[in-house]
Design a binder for this molecule. Structure first.
Ligand code: GDP
Length: 486
């Protein structure tokens, strides 16, 4: 997501960081680099121009003051970050619940934007928060849209109100009305209405959306936008807003090679917040949209908050507490513990995606590592550990040749794979011990197969103007040290 934009931001800041004093000319240079990076990413010209002039307006008068600080480039970086958060909408906006249930959410957008998939993602998200949503199938135009919604509903155990077969049959306005009434009678607290799209914004689409809107008076009208479409998506969103109106945007396909234009322009152009983002085809590839986290990712700082939340949700309280107390008491980390970690990691979804949230994930070395990371390796690793007896998991030292051959056969892997897992596991176990005794760090940690190596973190920090720590000397020789610092 935003890989090339992020890489360009990193390059621009790397050259600024190399300068001791920042002059007005340097500021011109970096803002012009940022400008062309944004235009290349298909961001609307008007948005880019406002963004750049804001950065200049805020930075220029501060230059003298900034140059007295130890890290002037960091202060400029912070201004860029704040402005980026601003164009992405500032703060996250949540669903407004109706005072009297059910809360009605109307999904609109062009055909293929990802509306029907989104209906399922949103329903699951809201259900996981303790709501009782129901889906209403009002896309009676697109072939199989009703069946698709029914299948999605089934997969997440959310009921679907679908009295009409669709494929060109049935009246969507009546279905919408009946759906809301049904939801109310059956005490569902949220109704998500999926509507038909068109290939482009046309009079027919707008007329139907208006009629549904009038018939059910939704609490939220969400416009679903395919982020890969770029500027065109922003233009059609604006046309839809002028014709029908909507309350918030949902961006889909942010996992694709999205150049980011839609995400970065839509809020400024339509003055409507981006509320949710979909990042894949799976029903779990969905989250609230946080402007600050997105800005952080674009600037190469990663998205540690989302990563931490995903980890917290995946590890149930008991597992986390058990692992923590084991670590604190000095007990050995066993392959059983490793197995429960693998289970939790599987719950977290794609590792490649999660690790992509680490700071510097878009930088050369780490990006390559992530590209090579194979998510299915987790499952293969799990199969090896599951083929071990409880004794072997507790005490891998008992793993002689014949036991290893048996495990390899049981898990369908080669003996060398079993050996490699055991070796790396022992390495990780040793590292844990060292960390506990304060001698080790994560930097050199050898992870068992199925888990990537801890990559180096690059990218600037958002430390609000604090000077970076002085670089430590690598030499043990005092004379060399003195030479290094001169
Ligand atoms: P609709 O016509 O608006 O209802 O669109 P669909 O929900 O049928 O989605 C169109 C296609 O886009 C389907 O193949 C979906 O699987 C795919 N899709 C939807 N959302 C995403 C997403 O966030 N990422 C990716 N990669 N594909 C998506």
């Amino acid at each position: 997501m935003f890989d090339s934009l992020s890489a360009k931001f990193s390059t621009a800041f790397a050259s600024l960081r190399g300068k001791g004093r920042i002059k007005a000319g340097d500021l011109d240079e970096i803002t012009s680099e940022i400008r062309s990076a944004l235009l290349d990413s298909d961001v609307a010209v008007s948005v880019v121009d406002t963004f750049i002039s804001q950065i200049k307006q805020r930075s220029l008068p501060l230059l003298d003051e900034l140059n007295k600080s130890t890290n002037p480039s960091q202060a400029i970086f912070n201004i860029v970050n704040e402005e980026l958060v601003g164009i992405l909408g500032g703060t996250a906006r949540r669903i407004r619940y109706a005072k009297k249930a059910p809360t009605v959410i109307l999904l609109t957008g062009l055909q293929g934007a990802g509306k029907t998939s989104l209906a399922g993602k949103l329903a699951k998200f809201l259900k996981d928060q303790g709501n009782t949503p129901i889906l209403v199938a009002c896309d009676l135009a697109r072939p199989n849209a009703v069946t698709q919604l029914q299948l999605v509903g089934q997969s997440i155990s959310v009921p679907v109100f679908a009295p009409e077969p669709g494929n060109g049959n049935g009246d969507p306005i009546r279905v919408a009305k009946d759906g809301v009434r049904f939801a109310s009678e059956k005490l569902h607290n949220i109704v998500i209405v999926d509507t038909a799209g068109r290939l482009g914004i046309d009079a027919e689409l707008m007329a139907q959306a208006k009629r549904i809107r009038e018939a059910i008076n939704p609490d939220e009208v969400l416009y679903v936008v395919d982020a890969m479409v770029g500027q065109d998506a922003v233009r059609s969103a604006q046309a839809f807003d002028d014709g029908v109106g909507f309350d918030g945007v949902v961006l889909t396909k942010l996992d694709g090679d999205a150049r980011g234009g839609a995400a970065l322009s839509i809020t400024q152009v339509t003055k409507k917040p981006i509320m949710f983002a979909a990042t894949g085809e799976k029903v779990t590839d969905f989250d609230l949209f946080y402007p600050d986290r997105m800005a952080s990712r674009i600037l190469g700082l990663g998205d540690i908050q989302t990563l931490a939340e995903a980890t917290k949700n995946a590890f149930d309280g008991d597992t986390a507490a058990k692992l923590e107390s084991k670590f604190a008491s000095g007990e050995d980390f066993t392959l059983d513990d490793f197995l429960s970690q693998l289970e939790a990691m599987k719950k977290m979804g794609s590792m490649t995606k999660l690790l992509g949230m680490l700071p510097g994930a878009n930088s050369g070395a780490m990006k390559k590592q992530l590209e090579q990371f194979d998510d299915s390796e987790l499952i293969r690793t799990q199969a090896i550990v599951q083929s071990m007896t409880p004794l072997e998991r507790r005490d891998p030292k008992v793993l002689n040749g014949s036991r290893r051959a048996r495990i390899a056969k049981g898990s369908g892997r080669a003996v060398s794979d079993v050996n490699s897992l055991v070796d790396r596991f022992s390495g990780a176990q040793k590292m844990m011990k060292q960390m506990r005794s304060g001698k080790g760090g994560l930097g050199n940690m050898q992870m068992p197969p199925g888990m990537p190596q801890f990559p180096p973190t690059t990218g600037p920090s958002l430390n609000k103007g604090h000077a970076p720590k002085a670089k430590k000397s690598r030499s043990g020789n005092p004379a060399k040290r003195a030479a290094e610092s001169s």
